[in-house]
Ligand binder design. Sequence first.
Ligand code: TRP
Ligand code: ZN
Length: 467
Amino acid sequence: MHSCRPARTAVPAAAVALLLVTGSAGCTGGGAGVQGTPGAAGLRDPLFPKLGNGGYDVRHYGLTLGYDPATGRLKGTAEITARATQDLSAFHLDLRGMTVHGATVDGAAAATNRAGDELTVRPRDDIEKGAKFRTVIRYSGTPRPVTNPDESQEGWLASEGGALAVGEPTGSSTWFPGNHHPSDKATYDIEVTVPAGLKAVSNGELTSERTRGGKTTFVWRSKQPMAGYLATLAVGDFRVASSRTPAGLPVITAVDPSVAEDSAELLGRIPEIMKWGTEKFGPYPFSSTGAIVVPTDEVAYALETQSRPVFPQEQFDEPTLVHEIAHQWFGNSVSPASWQDIWLNEGFATYAEWLWAEEADGTPVEESYEEAFADDGNWAFPPAGPPGAEDIFARPVYMRGAMVLHKVREAVGDERFFSVVKGWAAKHRHGNATTDDFTAYVEKESGKDLTELWDVWLYGEEKPARP
Ligand code: TRP
Ligand code: ZN
């Protein structure tokens, strides 16, 4: 009974559902009509196949959130602006837990469905490839942490009197619906309302703060594209400080009062490390910097959340601060195309630690390299090939990743190496890159065939006989 449906014709939801079932069978080119199909439920990431969604590209997230630590409940509205990359009859968003109360697409009510960590939105009218659309999702619930395949905890980490959201690799889907694969970067406005007296700190810059009726609303803006895993939100009794680097970049720091004294000195050194990073890696990609320091029991690792990395107090030390600041160039601005490319994040951030150690404490890079080479615990698998999702933060990713960079440096010489490092950060600034992009770039810039280097150091299973 269905013929090819012309675009923008109002069809009752039941008929759309039937159309989804019958598909386009029998339609032989009905002119300009949009015959959408559902966007894919995942982007087939080699390690996280269901992460992200096909058929659209998010431009902007406008999140309006309310959180009360006393109840642990989060109430949210996500306003997502996206562009369709195919004719869409429906599309997916990643959302873990939470209850969805309603959705609209371009102002019209849309049907929703939940299955596992997928939220499906079925608009009244199909969306034409290339069209920009706006979907609004209203939701609430008690967000939960995610236990990763490596047993690490991420996502929404509630604590006594507050909460901390960290999202690598998939946990951002615990607190807002979206396209949570690192390949779909977008700008963000994050508005958070909390009981008066508490602070809410997120990425980017604070654009407004007002207290009314016993509640305070903070609005944070990330003007440069951000991968979902780098979004953060810290709610609690923080001491927030705002200053500027000598170059004029805003520095926004937030510290839990119980760790304020211990972290004060290192927080004061952020401008110096920023200047060093800019000299080594090129222009800083974001419009502010800073740090969030929380008590050690709240999170087990530091994370390079965009413009404002998070640290458990015990790991708020100089090498870790250098590491997370280096990630702002490598990982946050130049983001991995898939989680298989994680060594491009961790190899560079680890190599940055080695460079810093040479200049700050006189430990030659060569020595850091040799120590990493000697340790058999670093050789379980090649850096470009973490075998499973549980391996993305394992030592070969960091240590063999940094060793690859050192081998490139030996092969092309210091001058060319540092120009390649800056050139790489510039070429993919605010974008995504694959391991193949990297090897091709190094070969092109150096004019050298480095096949053997890649085979041994990047892809090789075996530890070479000599460093
Ligand atoms: N990417 C973080 C860093 O290197 C580390 C990290 C994030 C991590 N999640 C993790 C380490 C889980 C171990 C387990 O700065
Ligand atoms: Zn790292």
